[in-house]
Design a protein around this ligand. Structure first.
Ligand SMILES: O=C(O)Cc1cc(O)ccc1O
Ligand SMILES: [Fe+2]
Length: 472
């Protein structure tokens, strides 16, 4: 492998990645930097320090059911129990990440880093100054509230002043305690990731990273999950192929910079608060590493959707990219679901999402295009929240247009769009600034008010909806 020049950030376009979900990867930026046959030699090649980063408790069994994994993982977590938080980003100089990982049979998540100086070499942590006005990890009556009302936000305003990744975070809602044009460059301890619009990235807990926002305005979404890791969903009767393919998940290759100066500041989120510590060397000094606890990215357009081929509308779980399980089998702490371009072919079927009340809570965002259930108002960069059992579904315009297409509608291709949903078994509490924001669609409910009764005692429903004879 050819090593990029030290400290040279111009080599982003030629970045190499390692492919596969949950694999045990190895990478070295200098030949022979990775020790062979052992993790912790007395003297590492090139005089490097060995450092382990573990994403599960040391004692987590190699093979076990997911239930006990969750418990063990949450015990090893620096923050309380299973929970999550949704952020809105607004940066004026980008993304859409989340915290996930994988597991097939190895349940230990661990990576060995071989670095110029160990990450422990820094001054003490202090609370970050200035504090962060719109970052919340503790969701209770004091910090946030619950509402069964349908909520929708316009895209957040892009600030006038330059705003970095941290200050651009804006918590919308969460439960429990405790990411478009040229893409986003993320330096991690395992190497660099270039995250383009429409890609998602996973930064596992504990990894240090720096985000270079692109020039120009940008927005994105973040979900942070505490206490469990993301995995690929079971494929069940779908078989061995389909949905997100493990090989399309890309992990970085080792990259380091040998840079010493007193100006490095580590910002650490701990127990929901931000702390800073100074050190005199770059945290991106890992020359070689191996392990399965790694940052990775995935291009959502590579998702291979499955769907109904005769009648009815399939549940959105069929479009799950990654799932963070809870203690209950099949009940997710957080599912990451997408609504990608695809063909709708069902006959005699109302093809858009059905009207529904869901025992799970649904936070949705739109990366680009138009969402199939909302003809108006749900904009790229915006968001919506339909909490547990809150009724929602297609807006009046979508309903009418669907009915107008009639029974003989041809197969229809949804194109040029990418919406997503964070679906959780927990009920999110909403932050006061998100409820009071001028970007809240105060009249969101109106998108359904125009839905009329088509009830008729005299005829079958089909007669009432006879094409060209509709009673709107
Ligand atoms: O509410 C939404 O728009 C998300 C959604 C989409 C779908 O196709 C079925 C159910 C569902 O919650
Ligand atoms: Fe829904």
């Amino acid at each position: 492998m050819e090593m990029p020049a030290r400290g040279d950030s111009s080599g982003w376009a030629e970045l190499e990645y390692q492919s596969g979900f949950g694999n045990h990867f190895s990478s070295e930026a200098l030949p022979g930097a990775l020790p062979m046959g052992q993790n912790n030699p007395l003297l590492c090649p090139y005089g490097l320090y060995a450092e382990q980063i573990s994403g599960t408790a040391f004692t987590a069994p190699r093979k076990q059911n997911q239930r006990s994994v969750q418990v063990l993982i949450s015990q090893s977590s620096s923050v309380d129990q299973h929970n999550f938080v949704f952020y809105f980003f607004f940066w004026n100089i980008l993304v859409d990440p989340t915290e996930f990982t994988i597991t097939e049979c190895s349940m230990d998540f661990v990576t060995w880093l071989y670095r110029i100086k160990p990450s422990v070499t820094h001054e003490p942590f202090h609370p970050r100054i200035p504090g962060h006005k719109h970052l919340v990890s503790e969701f209770n009556q004091l910090t946030s509230s619950v509402t069964p009302t349908q909520l929708r936000w316009k895209p957040a305003d892009v600030p006038d002043a330059p705003t970095d990744f941290i200050d651009g975070l804006y918590t919308i809602c969460g439960a429990g305690s405790s990411f478009l044009r040229h893409g986003l460059l993320i330096t991690t301890e395992c190497g660099k990731l270039q995250v383009s619009p429409g890609e998602m990235v996973v930064l596992p807990q504990g990894f240090r990273f720096a985000i270079n926002l692109p020039d120009g305005p940008s927005r994105g979404y973040v979900a942070e999950v505490f206490g469990t890791h993301f995995q690929l969903p079971e494929l069940g009767p779908i078989g061995a192929n389909g949905l997100a393919s493990p090989r399309d998940f890309l992990a970085p290759t080792a990259w380091f910079e040998e840079s010493f100066h007193p100006g490095y500041t580590i910002v650490q989120k701990f127990g929901g608060e931000l702390f800073t510590a100074k050190q005199d060397f770059s945290p991106f000094n890992v020359v070689a590493w191996h392990g399965n606890y790694v940052p990775y990215k995935y291009d959502l357009i590579k998702f291979c959707p499955y769907n109904t081929v005769l009648v009815d509308h399939g549940d959105p779980s069929i479009n799950t990219v990654l799932t963070a399980p809870s203690d209950k089998v099949g009940v997710a702490l957080l599912d990451f679901v997408i609504f990608p371009p695809r063909w709708l072919v069902a006959e005699h079927t109302f093809q858009p999402p059905y009207y529904h009340r869901n025992c799970m809570s649904e936070f949705m965002g739109l990366i680009y295009g138009t969402y199939e259930a909302k003809a108006d108002g749900f904009l790229p960069g915006g968001a919506s929240l339909h909490s547990c059992m809150t009724p929602h579904g297609p807006d009046t315009k979508t309903y009418e247009a669907t009915i107008a297409r009639g029974e003989d509608a041809e197969p229809f291709r949804i194109s040029g769009t990418m919406a997503f949903m964070f679906e959780s078994s927990l009920i999110p509490r909403v932050c006061p600034w998100a409820l009071e924001s001028p970007n809240v669609n105060a009249d969101y409910y109106r998108c359904w008010i125009g839905l009329r009764s088509h009830f008729s005692c005299n005829g079958r429903q089909a007669d009432v909806f006879d094409h060209g004879n509709m009673r709107f």
